[in-house]
Design a protein around this ligand. Structure first.
Ligand SMILES: *Cc1c(COP(=O)(O)O)cnc(C)c1O
Length: 391
C-alpha cells in the first residue's frame, strides 16, 4: 500500500499489514516460523536476517511513519542504538554525542567505545555551537535526542541537519520521546531515526522492541552488521508491536492533551517549584518546540518544593504508579536521581539540574480529573503527616 498520501492515523491503521491472501482476515496473520524455503526464492527468510514476513511488512509502517524509505525492527531500543552506531563507526572514528542522552546509550559510549578505539565527545550544552565545537577531522557522526530525558530540553533539528551537511557527517536521533506523531527528524535533514519501541510505539508496557528508520542505503549498511550482532526479536512481539502502532496517534494525542493541562496545573501549584515541559511558555525552548514539533509530547518533569519529600509523595499516590520506564497508557512517575541518573554523583546530578526532588512524569490516558485528584490527595496526605510530625 502506497503510504505517502495518507495521514498518520491511516498509516498507523493500514500501512504495512502482512497480507492474508488465503483468508482475507482484517488483521495481519502471524508467521512464527523460524525456517523458510531456501530454493528458488528471492529472499532467504530467517528471524535474525530481519526479513520474516511480519518483520518485513511492519518495517514499512515504521518507515512510512518516519518519512523514510526503509526501517528495521530490533529486540530492544538499545539493540537498535548499538547496532546503528557500530554500523557507521570504525576504529579511529570520532562521534559527537549530545550531553544528556538516555542512560543506556551514555553507558554504551562511555564504557565500551574505548575498546573499539572509537573516540567520542559529549557536548557541554545543547546549542549548535556546543555541537560544532566538538567536531574534529575524524568526526563521522552526531548523535542527538530531543526532547531529552528528564529535563525535556530541545535540540534544533534544522540547525543540526545543516551543520551535519556542512561538515559531511551523519546524524542519528533517538526520537523515542517525541514519536512521529510530533516530530519527523528526516524532514529536517537528520539521516537516521531510532526508537525504543518499548515506549510509545509499544505503549502498553508489555513489549520490548526497538526500531531504526532511514534511507534504503543506510538501512542496508545497518543490516549488514545487524544480522551478525543478532539483536532480532520474536515475530510474536512484532505482531504485538503492529497491534500497538495502530493506536499510536490516538494514544499520544490523548496522553499529550493530559500532559499539557497537567503541566499548567503543576506550574501553578504551591507544592511545585518548577515544571519542565516544552509546551509551557516558560520553557526556554518553547519557540523551538512550536517550530519543530506538532505537539509537545506526554513527558514532563517537575521539582517539588523543599516542604515535600518526592519519595513520600510517590508512595502516597494511589492511581499513578511509581514504576520504571515510560510511555505506557498508564500514568507513571519516577525519581531520576534513583533510576536513570543513579550512577552519576550527587554533584554531577546537581550540575545537570537533577535534584532529589525532581519527578519525571509519564502522562497516561486516564481521565484528567482522576490524575489531578490522585496528585492532590497524595500531597494532602504529606501535609497532614508534616503537621502530625511537628506536634
Ligand atoms: C528506553 C529508552 C531507550 C532504550 O530502549 P530499550 O527498549 O529499553 O532498550 C533508548 N532511548 C530512550 C529515549 C529511551 O527512553
Amino acid at each position: 500500500m502506497k503510504s505517502s498520501k495518507f495521514g498518520l492515523n491511516t498509516i498507523c491503521t493500514h500501512v504495512g499489514e502482512t497480507p492474508d491472501e488465503q483468508f482475507k482476515g482484517a488483521t495481519s496473520p502471524i508467521y512464527l516460523s523460524t525456517s523458510y524455503e531456501f530454493m528458488d526464492v528471492d529472499i532467504k527468510r530467517y528471524p535474525r536476517y530481519f526479513n520474516t514476513p511480519n518483520q518485513e511488512y511492519l518495517s514499512k509502517k515504521i518507515a512510512a511513519l518516519e518519512h523514510t524509505e526503509a526501517a528495521m525492527i530490533f529486540g530492544s531500543g538499545m539493540a537498535a542504538v548499538s547496532t546503528t552506531l557500530l554500523a557507521f563507526l570504525k576504529s579511529g572514528d570520532h562521534v559527537v554525542v549530545q550531553n544528556d542522552i538516555y542512560g543506556g546509550t551514555r553507558n554504551l559510549v562511555n564504557s565500551h567505545f574505548k575498546h573499539y578505539n572509537i573516540e567520542f565527545t559529549f557536548t557541554n550544552g545543547l546549542e549548535i555551537s556546543d555541537f560544532e565545537s566538538c567536531i574534529k577531522s575524524n568526526t563521522k557522526l552526531i548523535y542527538i535526542e530531543t526532547p531529552s530525558n528528564p529535563l525535556l530540553k530541545l535540540v534544533d533539528l534544522d540547525a543540526i541537519g545543516k551543520l551535519s551537511k556542512a561538515y559531511n557527517v551523519l546524524t542519528v536521533i533517538d526520537n523515542t520521546f517525541a514519536t512521529p506523531v510530533n516530530q519527523n527528524p528526516v524532514d529536517y535533514g537528520i539521516d537516521i531515526v531510532i526508537h525504543s519501541a518499548t515506549k510509545y510505539f509499544g505503549g502498553h508496557s508489555d513489549i520490548s522492541a526497538g526500531a531504526v528508520a532511514a534511507s534504503q542505503t543506510h538501512i542496508d549498511m545497518i543490516w549488514d552488521i545487524a544480522k551478525d550482532l543478532g539483536g532480532s526479536l520474536s515475530d510474536f512481539t512484532v505482531w504485538m508491536l503492529e497491534r500497538s502502532l495502530k493506536t499510536l496517534g490516538l494514544r499520544v494525542e490523548a496522553q499529550q492533551k493530559n500532559a499539557k493541562k497537567l503541566a499548567k496545573f503543576l506550574q501553578k501549584h504551591h507544592a511545585v517549584k518548577k515544571v519542565n515541559y516544552p509546551g509551557l511558555k516558560s520553557h526556554p525552548n518553547y519557540a523551538l518546540a512550536k517550530q519543530q514539533m506538532r505537539g509537545f509530547g506526554a513527558m514532563l518533569s517537575f521539582d517539588l518544593n523543599q516542604d515535600y519529600n518526592a519519595k513520600d509523595f510517590l508512595n502516597a499516590l494511589e492511581l499513578i504508579k511509581p514504576t520504571m520506564s515510560l510511555a505506557g497508557i498508564e500514568s507513571t512517575m519516577i525519581l531520576p536521581s534513583e533510576t536513570s541518573h543513579a550512577l552519576l554523583s550527587p554533584k554531577e546530578r546537581l550540575e545537570q539540574g537533577i535534584g532529589d526532588n525532581l519527578i519525571r512524569f509519564s502522562v497516561g490516558i486516564e481521565n484528567y480529573d482522576d490524575i489531578i485528584n490522585d496528585i492532590e490527595n497524595a500531597l494532602a496526605k504529606l501535609s497532614v503527616n508534616a503537621l502530625v510530625h511537628e506536634k
